[in-house]
Design a binder for this molecule. Structure first.
Ligand code: SF4
Length: 498
């Protein structure tokens, strides 16, 4: 049983070497000081068109990671895979997909958080171990990965990537137990926020961290099972949403069908609030909450908390449009397209100088002069990270003739780093960590500034009332981390956005 690969017949055992082309490719939004999406995972079990379904599913998850992607299929005991740097549509074409036969697959889109941005870290990672072939992909970040990695290295493990995912594979491979028990043992050692898909020949395993920090849903397509980071990917391929993978749960699919197991008891549910505020697509649902609807409620709540008399409301595209509609509905102030995003700027655009950087923002975003000229504008955005982008957008509106610019933010001040897979800058660069709201207002040149309250955010998302924070993680706003993070070598999600 020799594993084969779709990209030139290289054996699985020589994975992660060479091929570092396009290294350091910048993210599409690198000119904006947003915190960055983490990654997206997609899995298929029991459908003969696994590779094509994965292609379309990953395409729907593209917003979660634009740097690299990959698909690994399993066909009658043989793995086939391909990974590359770039967008899904750039890395895969018809021939490539035809070279990935099989009725099960896992796939991944990546924005680098932990681990450098290079092909070696593109996922799924594929391994050969005593139980056969193993493919693993993940979304999230392990806080205690450095300690586990060091322990494994001290006892002889050799790592070929800087990815968390490889650490999991080593833990599984070293266990003398059967696959499912080995996976449970491995996961019981992990601390962090993660959603995993693991594939062997004939088995697919899906798992979520005990707090449910990273979303993962399961759907059905005919007799087949589909897993995806967001439900929008299920819609795209015509699959029917079945349920969210629960915190601490391990779902195992093999020839006997679906088994629902656990590797940990569910702890306090703490779904990443930034998924609701910014990351996930508006047509996705997380734990039954539609993203567009919850963002609209954030806008309505903002309006209740901080009404300002103005002529128009506009949202910074794309993630703040739903909230701007909500703010407009609540206040009766007309919603207008005061800002337009150009979707066709190149992903590889670079900004070697400040002047080009400013032009870069204008390439991505424009103020509509005829809409904002002579108007008092309420500008809705989802977050302020460093403040640099907010300043540019406010100035853009002023240059287009806005008389006043009132900034309303659909999250509380972002003042603490994330340890769970969201790429945040050095905490000292988070403007809210060192400045008051009034100081931030001055720094971004706004006439007024208001951040949605923590309570307003929690109520707008509207999770279960009997859960702590109604099931949300709010640590980057309030420093209340759902897991321990105070390890000597705790890994902060690295920053590669500037
Ligand atoms: S710290 Fe913030 S960004 Fe990180 S998981 Fe929690 S809510 Fe999300």
């Amino acid at each position: 049983m020799t594993p084969s690969v779709a990209n030139g017949g290289t054996a699985v055992t020589r994975l992660w070497t060479g091929d570092y082309y396009n290294e350091g490719n910048s993210s599409n939004d690198s000119i904006f000081d947003k915190v960055k999406e983490e990654c997206g995972v997609f899995g298929v079990f029991g459908h003969s068109d696994a590779a094509n379904l994965s292609y379309y599913g990953l395409h729907a998850l593209q917003h979660r990671g634009e740097e690299s992607c990959g698909i690994c299929t399993s066909d009658d005991g043989t793995f086939h895979y391909h990974r590359g740097m770039g967008l899904v549509k750039e890395v895969f074409d018809r021939d490539r997909l035809e070279s990935l036969p099989g009725d099960q697959a896992i796939g991944h889109v990546r924005y680098s958080t932990a681990g450098a941005s290079r092909l070696a870290n593109a996922q799924p990672l594929v391994f050969k171990y005593r139980g056969g072939d193993l493919a693993v992909c993940t979304n999230g970040n392990l806080v205690n990965e450095p300690g586990i990695r060091k322990e494994l290295e001290d006892s002889g493990s050799i790592f070929q990537t800087t990815s968390d995912t490889e650490v999991i594979a080593h833990l599984i491979a070293r266990s003398p137990k059967n696959l499912v028990d080995a996976v449970k043992d491995a996961f019981s050692r992990l601390i962090g926020g993660y959603a995993f898909l693991i594939q062997t020949q004939g088995t697919l395993i899906a798992a979520c961290d005990p707090h449910g920090l990273r979303p993962l849903v399961m759907g059905r397509l005919g007799e087949g099972y589909i897993f995806a980071s967001e439900s929008c990917a299920l819609e795209t391929i015509g699959a029917v949403y079945e349920r969210d993978v629960q915190p601490g749960e391990l779902l195992v699919l093999d020839k006997d069908g679906l088994r629902e197991e656990r590797f940990a008891q569910m702890q306090r549910r703490a779904v990443c609030a930034m998924e609701y505020i910014y990351f996930a697509r508006p047509d996705s649902d997380i734990y039954g909450v539609n993203l567009h609807t919850s963002r609209k409620r954030m806008g309505q709540t903002l309006a209740q908390e901080s009404f300002v008399d103005a002529d128009i409301v506009t949202g910074v595209p794309d993630s703040s449009i739903s909230a701007a509609i909500g703010y407009a509905e609540q206040t009766g102030i007309p919603y207008e397209l005061g800002l337009i995003k150009n979707k066709y700027t190149g992903r590889t655009f670079i900004q070697p100088s400040q002047e080009l950087r400013e032009k870069g923002v204008k390439m991505k975003l424009s103020a509509v002069r005829k809409v904002v000229e002579g108007k008092r504008v309420v500008m809705i955005d989802d977050s302020i990270v460093r403040g640099t982008t907010s300043l540019r957008i406010v100035n853009m509106l002023r240059e287009a003739g806005a008389l006043e610019v009132h900034v309303r933010i659909t999250s509380p001040p972002f003042m603490n780093p994330c340890y769970y897979g969201i790429d945040t800058p050095d905490p000292r660069d988070l403007i809210a960590s060192s400045k008051t709201v009034e100081e931030i207002r001055k720094a971004i040149n706004a006439d007024s500034l208001y951040f949605l309250s923590e309570r307003g955010l929690i109520d707008s998302v509207g999770g279960h009332e009997d859960e702590y924070n109604r099931g949300l993680c709010l640590a980057c706003f309030n420093n209340d981390y759902p897991t321990p993070v105070e390890f000597e070598d705790a890994k902060l999600t690295s920053c590669s956005c500037d």
